[in-house]
Design a protein around this ligand. Structure first.
Ligand SMILES: C[S@@+](CC[C@H](N)C(=O)[O-])C[C@H]1O[C@@H](n2cnc3c(N)ncnc32)[C@H](O)[C@@H]1O
Length: 315
């Protein structure tokens, strides 16, 4: 049971005090930042009764799902050319619900303007509701969106219920975003277990192939909107090479302006990683793929994930 501290509403100190008051023992991870793991004798229901949970001061999120956005540049450390950029930075979350990474991005980049697309109406409405619950005014007066605006709230996260393929209807200027996250819809093999017959009964190679096609289409929709010298993270919570390395291989072949930046996590027993694959079923991938992308392998602490960081350079 892992969760993240919502630093817009609380602090690690406050959360630790609350956990200790109820004798809930925990580990605070060094990476990802603000991530906690309850000891295995406790479960999610032990958190439900806590005020910090009811007040949206913590967000239940798996450890590996918290990792990808940490690979975007730390804007306090960036080179002068990026640092000189006018605030706010613009972030696109191309496939956003249920909003875990959207809210994480808003915390990590308090001066950002975020556009969050979601094609499912139900999931988009839920995302909006959850974001409104979670994001109250912070220092400098930032918060939510699309709601009846309260004067002290800025419209900082714009939730759009639409397929990302229609981004052109909302964003009329190409090369608009500094950071783009594609946390792609996938076959969700993070949860695969040889003992879970239900998952295996529903698994079908045609789903993997369908996802591969839609993941490429989502990336095709967003690449033109990335500014030169800026960053896109592509990730999934599945193991299938077709939905991971093959998509990144496709991007490198079709967009000469994209290159890969290496991603890795600090050594940590909670996140077990391995290099991405160099080939699959006799199809070699570009060698940069295995050199730079990361696989988080399913373990007792975290679910499977694949992460690639792409940079755009002017041709
Ligand atoms: C893996 S989930 C995203 C999880 C989210 N980033 C988080 O951290 O909570 C992918 C989401 O993309 C949505 N989606 C699928 N295809 C889409 C498309 N073409 N455009 C926009 N959203 C899409 C799905 O409905 C789903 O909610």
């Amino acid at each position: 049971m892992s969760f993240r501290v919502n630093t817009q509403k609380s602090s690690c100190e406050e959360i630790e005090q609350a956990l200790e008051k109820y004798s809930l023992t925990y580990t605070k991870l060094v990476f990802p930042e603000n991530c906690y793991l309850l000891d295995s004798s406790f479960s999610e229901s032990d958190l439900w009764k806590l005020r910090i949970y009811k007040d949206w001061k913590i967000y239940l999120q798996s450890i590996s799902s918290q990792v990808p956005v940490h690979f975007f540049s730390d804007l306090s450390q960036v080179s002068p050319s990026k640092g000189e950029m006018k605030s706010p930075i613009r972030i696109l979350d191309a496939t956003a619900a249920p909003w875990g990474k959207t809210s994480q991005l808003a915390s990590l980049y308090p001066d950002s303007e975020i556009f969050a697309f979601e094609s499912s109406k139900v999931r988009c409405d839920k995302m909006l509701y959850n974001l409104q619950k979670q994001w109250i005014q912070t220092q400098g007066g930032s918060s939510l969106l699309n709601s009846e605006s309260s004067p002290q709230w800025e419209r900082r996260v714009t939730c759009i219920h639409d397929d990302i393929a229609n981004i052109w209807k909302y964003i009329t200027q190409e090369a608009y975003f500094d950071l783009i996250l594609v946390d792609a819809p996938c076959s969700s093999e993070w949860s695969i277990s040889l003992h879970d017959t239900k998952f295996l009964e529903n698994w079908d190679i045609s789903h993997v192939k369908k996802n591969y096609r839609r993941q490429k289409a989502i990336c095709d929709s967003v690449v033109p909107y990335l500014k030169d010298a800026w960053e896109m993270i592509y990730c999934t919570c599945t193991l299938a090479p077709e939905e991971n390395e093959a998509v990144v291989h496709y991007l490198l072949c079709h967009y000469p302006e994209l290159t890969l930046d290496s991603v890795s996590t600090p050594k940590n027993k909670y996140i077990k990683t391995k290099a991405a694959l160099s080939s699959f079923e006799w199809h070699p991938f570009k060698k940069e793929v295995s050199e730079n992308c990361l696989r988080i392998i399913p373990s007792e602490y975290s679910e499977g994930f694949f992460i690639a960081k792409l940079l755009k350079t002017a041709l």
